[in-house]
Design a protein around this ligand. Sequence first.
Ligand code: NDP
Ligand code: MG
Ligand code: MG
Length: 339
Amino acid sequence: MAKMYYNGDANEAYLNGKKVAVIGYGSQGHAHALNMRDSGVDVVVGLRKGKSWDKAVEDGLEVYTVAEATAKADVVMILLPDELQPKVYKEEIEPNLTNQALMFAHGFNVHFHQIVPPTTCDVLLVAPKGPGHLVRRTYQEDAGVPALFAIYQDVTGEARELALAYARAIGALRAGALETTFKEETETDLFGEQAVLCGGTTALVKAGFETLVEAGYQPELAYFETLHELKLIVDLMYEGGLAGMRYSISDTAQWGDFVTGPRIVTDEVKKEMKAVLKDIQDGQFAKGWILENQANRPVFNAINERENEHLIEKVGKELRAMMPFVNKNRKKEVVGSVE
Ligand code: NDP
Ligand code: MG
Ligand code: MG
């Protein structure tokens, strides 16, 4: 088994007397900044004037421009959207770097050479394996979201110590951290979100919903069956793995799981997954996404609009409005956030 790191493996005192600048205050940014502050770390936030700036001030944090925060800090964690990082880095971060440690929560820009860090800085990543709002919520519940860490460049010889102290301060070592490389983190993160977590799941849910509705079943029922209940099933997997989930479902459902699952995710689908992984490894996916952003996202926006019009979204909105308990956390977190 891979070596896992927990709270006891980190030198808690390592961040004492060091200033950490969290650049960006979105999903990950607000969680890292607030968790570290609550762990006793000296944190400042780097932003441009706007919604996030006001929110960070409201949350009681010291906020500066990206350039100022970078210049003040010993550790600079870049938590801007990946597609904006190269420009902000070039214009506001790089000119203010001397020997700060440079940190990321995803290896994309460094791995695909959109950001080329100076040779004088430690470069590392601490990537929580979960959405930022859960990084914050679980921290407040004395729990945590697991994380990956990786060292790209270790000038001081202290990069690993920093990675572990940082992971501890955001609560990740309560759940466990695993060492990786920028390459492995980037490729697996992109693959996971495309093939399974986001792309694979939304496509599966939509296809199931459409199959039922096109066969004449009620859309509301189809919504409960293919989307709402998915969370309940996934919660069981999260708690007890596939066997834990199968223990709770009926034997009829388990038989259907065994004989029908492979008819849905066929060998052809797995072959396609391998092709998706190859596109990621070859940089084809990265190139497409970088160019899409340079062109102001015409394809992204067109698909996004079409997706928001899907019947499953309309039906879901109405049903969720009748179940306020379903999204009470989300409402709290989204107020004033960038979502
Ligand atoms: P968000 O989209 O949530 O972050 C947006 C933040 O960046 C906002 O605070 C926004 O401020 C700020 N920002 C945008 N442009 C600028 C600018 N030009 N100057 C200063 N601030 C700016 O990002 P995420 O948290 O989703 O992602 C951050 C990193 O974390 C990425 O590398 C991502 O891959 C990684 N990651 C994200 C996960 C997630 O849960 N979302 C999970 C694991 C890793 P404003 O309000 O002014 O627009
Ligand atoms: Mg991810
Ligand atoms: Mg990702």
